[in-house]
Ligand binder design. Structure first.
Ligand code: BG6
Length: 488
């Protein structure tokens, strides 16, 4: 039996994502000996470039994360020798046929497997898929295609995209990436819940008061305004990254860890979500702010953004899952750019202890309930807030942290999300990729809301660059008797 080989083609090789994430992730996998023995990497883009120029470009993006190890530059050189470039149009069958010829030269005598990473905007990825898949159809190995969001802007455009993709590919060839699912602490979520008796039985409305999913960045859309203005923060972060985390968090116990079993449970959560009301959503947009003599720009100062843009760069929303487990529990989401810090976390606030013997000692019951904080980034950690007696003769309670701080506990490197996901795609593991019914359910939830915001031209609440965002987010939370856990 002949050995197999994998050809990885990065379509859109000169783009930002390819440079920042895809090539470095492939190198990290190579460094860790995780790539198959036989593999070839092809960059594909419109610009003219030689193999040497591509290697030069790629080499600038590679870091030896583990640069203390001596053989890093040697490994880098070996890696670069396996990178090639083919320039072509995204809609040209001929150019993909030329690529196909080149791939075949590397595949001689081996079972050819092909992975295409489409790091190009959706308006060109259908053409690229058509060309790439037909050039690969003669092979007897597998062909898989990774696609990046945005998968459309709403239910209709997403459905159009899906049906176009399905003309050329089977569902099990399509790997829709949501890189938040590749993050270490998101992956750990189900380990934490399902393998710990002190959590698993508590995971319901009976013990959990609310769940908060928080994403913030301390920089604006600088340089990406053109893309961003057409999407806004709800599509950029909530409809995918935060909603995916919510689905993983809230799903029923899957039959097994098999990809279909997990995605079956996630999609049920998504389909049980209560339709989103505009009154349960707050939107914001950052305005310019001067601090320490530096002027931070407004969103609309970006040259690629229309001056009168109402696109939200911040949003907070209260969501509900209308099923037996979560009936009445608010899931609060908050996502924003140009805020005071960069952070992604999941906060679970538990209920009060019924008949708490110490209720008269703690001054603020709201602040003395248990809270589980899963900090996805930066500085990965799991923190459990518990009540504790302050040592001494008196009786005073204090809320203290049981702290699992990854940097202190583990010396292992935390892999970048793209490393895990690329490896999974090469291995055919679909657990962390979005199935089309999940995507449909996610759009079904957000499309009516997005339409309403856009049709009514809802004015976002303006907040200064670098601030904590609109106060409206606090009123929204207060309506459900919730206090955001990330603010003091
Ligand atoms: C992307 C969004 O999906 O995620 C960006 O399009 C955002 O706007 C990015 O900055 C955040 O990813 P990470 O991994 O840096 O938190």
């Amino acid at each position: 039996e002949s050995e197999s080989t994998v050809s990885i083609t990065v379509v859109g090789a000169s783009g930002d994502l390819a440079k920042k994430k895809i090539f470095p992730a492939l190198f990290a996998l190579f460094y860790e000996d995780c790539l198959p023995k036989h593999f070839t990497i092809y960059g594909y883009a419109r610009s003219k470039m030689t193999d040497a120029e591509l290697r030069d470009m790629v080499s600038k993006t590679l870091t030896c994360r583990i640069d203390k190890r001596e053989n890093c530059s040697e490994k880098m050189e070996q890696f670069l020798q396996r990178c090639f470039y083919h320039s072509g149009q995204y809609d040209s069958q001929d150019h993909f046929t030329e690529l196909d010829k080149k791939l075949k030269e590397h595949e001689v005598g081996r079972v050819p497997n092909r992975l295409f990473y489409l790091s190009v905007p959706p308006n060109i990825f259908i053409d690229a898929v058509r060309c790439a898949s037909s050039s690969a159809s003669s092979c007897n190995g597998w062909t898989r295609v990774i696609v990046e969001k945005p998968f459309g802007r709403d239910s209709e455009s997403s459905a159009t995209l899906t049906s176009a993709l399905k003309q050329y590919l089977e569902e099990d060839q399509i790997f829709r990436i949501d890189h938040y699912l590749g993050k270490e602490l998101v992956e750990n979520l189900s380990v934490l819940r399902f393998s710990n008796l002190i959590f698993e039985p508590l995971w319901s409305r009976q013990y959990i008061r609310n769940v908060q999913l928080i994403f913030s960045e301390d920089f604006g859309t600088e340089g990406r305004g053109g893309y961003f203005d057409n999407y806004g923060i709800i599509r950029d972060i909530m409809q995918n990254h935060l909603l995916q985390i919510l689905a993983l968090f809230a799903m029923e116990t899957p039959v097994s860890l098999d990809a279909e079993d997990i995605r079956n449970e996630k999609v049920k959560v998504l389909r049980s979500m209560r339709p989103l009301q505009l009154e349960n959503v707050v939107t914001g947009q950052y305005k310019s702010h001067v601090r320490g003599g530096i002027t931070y720009p407004a969103y609309t100062d970006d040259k690629t953004v229309p001056k009168d843009s109402l696109t939200p760069t911040f949003a907070a929303a209260a969501l509900f899952i209308d099923n037996a487990r979560w009936d009445g529990v608010p899931f609060l989401m908050k996502a924003g750019k140009a805020l005071h810090n960069k952070r992604a976390e999941i906060r679970v606030q538990f209920r009060h202890v019924p008949g708490n013997l110490y209720r008269n000692i703690g001054t603020d019951l709201d602040r003395t309930t248990n809270e589980l904080v899963i900090r996805v980034q930066p500085d990965e950690a799991i923190v459990l807030k518990i009540n504790n007696k302050v040592p001494g003769l008196g009786m005073r309670l204090d809320r203290s942290n049981l702290n699992l701080h990854y940097a202190a506990r583990y010396s292992n490197e935390i892999p970048d999300a793209y490393e895990r996901l690329l490896l999974d795609a090469i291995e055919g593991e679909r657990r962390l990729f979005i199935r089309s019914d999940e995507l449909d359910a996610a759009w079904a939830l957000f499309t009516p809301l997005l339409k309403e915001i856009e049709e009514k031209k809802v004015i976002p609440e303006y907040y200064p660059y670098g601030s904590r965002g609109p106060v409206g987010a606090h009123y929204l939370a207060a309506r459900y008797k919730v206090r955001w856990g990330d603010v003091g």
